[in-house]
Design a binder for this molecule. Structure first.
Ligand code: FAD
Ligand code: AMP
Length: 474
């Protein structure tokens, strides 16, 4: 096999593996280098997302939801179950099986598309050569006309609460607890903290989330954040805002936390601590000193709007570069870069990237928040519709939350949609399509939505922008 390729991708997460497949589809001779090893020590393609991120977290969210429903939802339907028990080995084992199925699936896709995988750590050398170091230390060098850096991200570690994999854990650790912790501390009320905090709360842990910022979920629309916080607290998640962790001391089988809020210093003792204070771009060992590729002040690979690093034939995508750390954002960049390399017209619209938080209720949005529009001085109209008035949501016993639509006051173009409620992870797709096609609230208002479905909340919110919602007062 020749070691000269058209494209080498470093990293096989959702950014890298998608770039590799698209490049191969376009007839480019493609290699993909990745160092991630699964629980069996073998190569596990798919990066953070498939191994310790999106997919395993959704598997545990679903299992834990089934368990929670037995006690909290079944009785409303007149169903009672006694003696429900959890087999932790099966609970974690199901998640592991799903991970293996999908990481193995990437291997199959590589085979089908003739992408050559390499198992090891890739380092970009000058002249678009890539040195690969295997786990046993052996090295080989391959080269390509184009190299795509897709090295992803790793959890941020707090210097005073270092991960030990046992008591103080990151996302990977919190996806692999062998028993339900009695008391779980979570640092950071971001997406990961809320999702994994929800998993263990549903399984019976006493969960306390400490968040340094005074506002809950400041990245989301304020109305959505307010509704979500109320619901999470009803479920028993203790959320402390303006609470900054300053110390974490492991004592025997527990962790003593010190945090500070406006009233001073407090202590909280937990059995396990999940530190979920964000992620940082991972570039350790990725770049030889003389490649010319630059990092910004946050350690991210510097790229232009076409994901080009400024070095001939070197591109970078996904969590390792600017923009939201979301799997689908990285994948779309991967497709676009492969297409640009092949001389085609790639495209990523950063204005319509959907965000989803898979808690219950789910949270989803795309576009601008009301605050952003106010700050930018953009004139807008608002339409809202509550799930409490949606027949399907009531029938499901999940009639919580709302859809809120923001449209330009003059042109009616949809500028943002913010949802909290049942199934909104799927409902947001309709709004993204409308926004991508520069649609107006009137467009969505005039489209037939099936009855009774949750999507009627989108339809009614669109009608409500023009104060003509049918099933509520305007
Ligand atoms: P990664 O997925 O991090 O992959 C990078 C790969 O490159 C890794 O396999 C790494 O081992 C490898 N690598 C790095 N350096 C080298 C090197 N020098 N040589 C060889 N290999 C290298 N996003 C969503 O959109 N939806 C979700 O529901 C969601 N849930 C999440 C839940 C959790 C718990 C976490 C932690 C993240 C979640 N994310 C979610 C974020 C998502 O996982 C990331 O945005 C996504 O994985 C980024 O993709 P990537 O390809 O850029 O990097
Ligand atoms: P995200 O970046 O969305 O994963 O969210 C991480 C959250 O962790 C942010 O909202 C931070 O404000 C929060 N955070 C960071 N450091 C601390 C700390 N020492 N104590 C409590 N919260 C923190």
């Amino acid at each position: 096999m020749s070691d000269k390729f058209d494209v080498i991708v470093i990293g096989a997460g959702p950014a890298g593996y998608v770039a590799a497949i698209r490049a191969a589809q376009l007839g480019l001779k493609t290699a993909c280098v990745d160092a991630f090893a699964g629980k069996d020590g073998k190569q596990a393609l798919g990066g953070t997302c498939l191994n310790v991120g999106c997919i395993p977290s959704k598997a545990l969210l679903d299992s834990s939801r089934q368990y929670w429903n037995i006690a909290h939802n079944f009785p409303v339907h007149g169903i009672s179950v006694e003696g429900a028990k959890v087999d932790m080995a099966a609970f974690i084992g199901r998640k592991d099986k799903i991970v293996k199925q999908f990481t193995g699936g990437i291997g199959q896709l590589f085979k089908a598309n003739k992408v050559t995988p390499f198992f090891g750590t890739g380092k970009l050398l000058k002249g678009n050569q890539v040195e690969i170091t295997a786990a046993d230390g052996s090295k080989q060098t391959i080269s390509a006309t184009n190299v795509i850096l897709a090295s992803g991200s790793v959890p941020i570690e707090l210097p005073f609460a270092k991960f030990d994999g046992k008591h103080i854990v990151d996302n990977a650790g919190a996806l692999d607890f062998t028993e339900v912790p009695k008391r779980l501390g979570v640092i950071g009320a971001g997406v990961i903290g809320l999702e994994l905090g929800s998993v263990w709360k549903r399984m019976g842990a006493e969960v306390t989330i400490l968040e340094a910022l005074p506002d809950f979920l400041a990245v989301a629309d304020a109305d959505v954040a307010k509704i979500a916080k109320k619901e999470f607290e009803k479920q028993g998640l203790a959320i402390k805002l303006g609470a900054k962790l300053t110390k974490a001391e492991v004592r025997k089988n527990e962790v003593a936390l010190t945090y500070e809020d406006k009233d001073g210093a407090h202590e909280l003792v937990v059995d396990k601590l999940l530190v979920a204070v964000g992620r940082r771009a991972y570039t350790t060992g990725l770049l030889a000193d003389d490649t010319g590729v630059k990092l910004d002040e946050r350690g991210r690979i510097v790229v232009d709007e076409h994901c080009h690093t400024g070095v001939d034939g070197v591109w970078a995508i996904g969590d390792a570069v600017r923009g939201p750390m979301l799997a689908h954002k990285g994948s779309e960049e991967g497709v676009a870069v492969a297409e640009w390399i092949a001389g085609k017209a790639g495209h990523v619209n950063f204005d319509t990237i959907p965000w989803v938080i898979y808690t219950e209720p789910e949270i989803a949005w795309a576009g601008k928040t009301e605050k952003q529009l106010k700050d930018e001085g953009v004139p807008y109209k608002v339409g809202t519709f509550p799930f409490a008035a949606i027949g399907r949501a009531v029938a499901m016993n999940e009639a919580v939350g709302q859809v809120k639509m923001l449209a330009h006051a003059e042109t009616d173009r949809i500028l943002g949609v913010h949802m909290v409620g049942p199934g909104v992870s799927e409902l947001i797709a309709e709004c993204v399509v409308a926004m991508e096609f520069k649609g107006s609230s009137e467009d969505l208002a005039r489209i037939v939505h099936a009855h009774p479905t949750l999507s009627e909340a989108v339809h009614e919110a669109a009608l409500s922008v023009d104060k003509r919602a049918i099933h509520k007062g305007n």
